[in-house]
Design a protein around this ligand. Structure first.
Ligand SMILES: C[S@@+](CC[C@H](N)C(=O)[O-])C[C@H]1O[C@@H](n2cnc3c(N)ncnc32)[C@H](O)[C@@H]1O
Length: 331
């Protein structure tokens, strides 16, 4: 059976929180700066062929995030001015769609907030239904739903999370690192420190008690920081190191901060860390194995699509798997 990740409410809100973040799109794109090129090459090859073959193209990018594939589709279309493009994009996160809207692309995509297994379109509405590491978050039904939207002569094309791929491994390492911080209790300890500081301000505990608690927490944070050495030296680790360094500073200079302000800082960063961990969990749960890929082919076949082709998108440098590729045609 295909893994039914069915990103729950928590995971969906973790994604929304992610799409709210400012930051370079290329850092956020699936595959990150290192592997993004392989993903882009796949879509370039697939979409160039579609634009070459048609005078009109109606495209849906399902679970589009902040529009990595939507944007690429527009870029490729700009090299085919004779082809009329109608572009639609959906995601469960309104924030993700808002960031596409803010781009003011030369072709305005019609944006709809929707769960990928309940896409609000009539059957056979699109020439191309695309998804980059998206449909699998909504479970196998999303592939059947996407297949039903493909018009005669049209295609479904998807890149799907691979449960042994490099991205899966990175997510696993990030998840373990974030869990180690989240579960260490340092945020709770920080709250307790600033509760003590409130008591000290009212003269109910001695300053030494607060200083001792700060020193204990400082040692915990130093231990966590040193423990990050076992994780790959990448953007997520840098992010975690910065957080722990800032937190250590807050702890050292605890007397300089108003407890309410410090607790707000702690709540914000714990919330962001938990959201990051939940997002990693949802990505790993969405990873599909060989047997699950066969299941996907069967569902797409049942939906009436033919010429079903699956393959493995691989990293150019190591040849290791990044994602599954899947394409199928409506007769
Ligand atoms: C790995 S991201 C990929 C986004 C985009 N396709 C890209 O390549 O950058 C997964 C996306 O699936 C969305 N998502 C998660 N569960 C979903 C669901 N049940 N229905 C629709 N979208 C979902 C998330 O909001 C997120 O934008």
């Amino acid at each position: 059976m295909m893994k039914q990740s069915h990103a729950g409410n928590q995971a969906r809100s973790a994604w929304s929180q992610y799409w709210e973040l400012d930051g370079a799109r290329e850092q956020r794109a699936v595959g990150g700066p290192r592997y993004r090129g392989a993903f882009e090459q796949f879509w370039r090859d697939e979409l160039e062929a579609e634009f070459d073959a048609r005078a009109n193209l109606k495209v849906l990018d399902a679970a589009c995030g902040d529009g990595a594939v939507t944007r690429q589709c527009v870029e490729i279309w700009q090299g085919h001015p004779d082809c009329a493009l109608e572009l639609h994009a959906t995601d469960c996160s309104e924030r993700a769609l808002a960031s596409i809207e803010a781009l003011s692309l030369p072709v305005d995509p019609a944006l709809v907030v929707a769960d990928a297994k309940a896409l609000p379109y009539a059957e056979a509405s699109f020439d191309c239904v695309l998804s980059q590491c998206g449909l699998e978050y909504a479970g196998i039904e999303a592939f059947a739903a996407a297949a039903s939207l493909v018009a005669d002569g049209g295609r479904l094309m998807a890149l799907v999370h691979h449960d042994h791929g490099l991205i899966h491994q990175e997510c696993g390492a990030h998840h373990d690192m974030l869990s180690a911080i989240d579960e260490s209790g340092v945020f709770k300890q920080g709250k307790a420190l600033f509760d003590l500081q409130r008591l000290r301000d009212r003269g109910e505990v001695l300053p030494q008690v607060v200083d001792d608690a700060a020193a204990d927490l400082g040692r915990e944070l130093a231990g966590l920081l040193a423990g990050l050495d076992v994780y790959p030296r990448d953007g997520a680790r840098q992010h975690a190191e910065r957080l722990l360094q800032d937190y250590s500073m807050l702890c050292r200079r605890h007397g300089a901060y108003a407890p309410d302000q410090a607790c707000q800082w702690l709540d914000f960063h714990q919330g962001a860390l938990t959201a990051f961990r939940l997002r990693m969990e949802s990505m790993m749960a969405a990873g599909q194995g060989e047997a699950e890929l066969r299941q996907l082919e069967a569902v797409i076949d049942d939906a009436g699509l033919r010429q079903i082709e699956t393959g493995t998108l691989r990293a150019a440098d190591t040849g290791e798997p990044l994602a599954w590729s899947l394409s199928a045609c409506a007769a």
